[in-house]
Design a protein around this ligand. Structure first.
Ligand code: HEM
Length: 339
């Protein structure tokens, strides 16, 4: 059990990041409604690839819950039945949750893959939790942590669904983001706890304090970012072109934009300290690289009307930035490496 624990925890972490990426890609491509129902997609475990499959067909076996599109409305099979030669409305009921009745195979499959990744990440977290019992004698904390991750994953799945249902509830979008960061943080603690550390790192109190502060700034910047995103969502939902999305931004946007200077300077100072004092925290180099690309993607969105992919890059890099900083904090607090 112990042998596979670390690999399982690492796979779970990669899958969680893939879910964050897929979620951002769903938003970018507007695929959120690609599957009208949940957890199945048009009533199928594997969704259709062609519109034809969603039209009424004579002599076809339908399972309860399967969906067809008829006269621009979604109809759901009431029971299992085989259709006769003509359409019989008594076998069908209207889908009432919303009136979205368009089939776009790309949207459907993007949304479906997003759900599949979510399910895979959930399974990986549960497997990691089961494997954690291998450490029940020496480290019970791992059982608790991996269990908490599973609970949070369930919470996220539920919240993710209500974010769509509630059509952009700002509080929920921010909570969803913060919960994702909490999952990543817990996963990193788990991985760090069981990983063998043979690197020699120099403990430096000043560096540690500034590093903790830098992580705090990143979290504030991410929360500010989600409020900018909410504004963008509201404007883009009206069908306005990209150039208009930030034409009249809220004050949150200007704070978010300027705050990145403080974030950048703080991390550049950490980079400088790390080099000058040869502390050995080389992940700080990654922090700087990520920050530069993050700021460039932000600039591109604002000044160049949201080029394709920049929104996805911006949100994924923000969570990566958090992850790398958090892991560096774990490294910097390991007193055992003191010398
Ligand atoms: C420290 C650097 C930065 C971090 C960590 C950061 C983080 C974030 C986050 C987490 C979001 C929310 C994304 C979402 O929920 O989908 C966001 C949104 C946004 N940020 Fe930043 N940001 C940074 C710098 C900047 C800069 C310099 C600009 C512009 C000059 C900018 C412009 C935007 C815009 C326009 C959005 C809305 C994006 C959307 O609707 O998808 N950001 N940011």
């Amino acid at each position: 059990m112990k042998k596979y624990f670390l690999t399982s925890a690492q796979i779970a972490l990669i899958l969680v990041y893939l879910v964050i990426f897929a979620g951002a890609f769903v938003r970018l491509t507007g695929s959120g409604m690609g599957c009208p129902d949940w957890p199945k997609c048009f009533g199928y475990y594997i969704p259709p690839t062609e519109q034809q499959e969603l039209l009424f067909a004579a002599g076809k076996e339908y399972d309860k819950g399967q969906v067809i599109i008829k006269e621009e409305a979604l109809l759901v099979a009431k029971n299992d039945f085989t259709s006769k030669t003509s359409f019989d409305s008594t076998n069908w009921e209207k889908y009432t949750k919303h009136d979205y009745a368009i089939f776009n195979p790309i949207h459907t499959w993007v949304e479906y893959i997003n759900r599949l990744l979510g399910a895979l990440a959930g399974i990986a977290c549960v497997i990691t939790f089961i494997l954690s019992f291998g450490y029940r004698k020496e480290n019970k904390k791992l059982i608790l942590l991996t269990f908490l991750i599973c609970v949070l994953m369930g919470f996220q799945a539920w919240l993710g669904k209500t974010v769509v249902d509630s059509v952009l509830n700002p509080f929920k979008i921010t909570t969803h983001m913060l919960a994702a960061l909490l999952i990543v943080a817990l996963q990193l603690i788990v991985i760090y706890t069981v990983k063998k550390h043979n690197k020699t790192l120099v403990f430096n109190q000043k560096f540690n304090w500034i590093l903790a502060g830098a992580l705090g700034l990143t979290i504030i910047q991410i929360v500010l970012g989600t409020t900018v995103r909410e504004h963008v969502d509201i404007v883009s939902e009206t069908g306005a072109p990209e150039i208009m999305w930030l034409q009249n931004p809220t004050i949150a946007f200007y704070i978010h934009r300027s705050f990145s200077i403080i974030v950048l300077l703080t991390n550049l100072y950490l980079f400088y300290l790390n080099r000058k004092l040869t502390l050995g925290f080389n992940k700080i180099n990654w922090v700087i690289i990520i920050l530069f690309i993050e700021i460039i993607s932000g600039i591109l969105m604002y000044y160049f009307a949201f080029p394709f992919g920049t929104q996805t890059i911006h949100v994924v890099l923000a969570t990566l930035l958090f992850g790398v900083q958090f892991y560096t904090i774990l490294e910097s607090n390991n007193k055992k490496m003191l010398f």
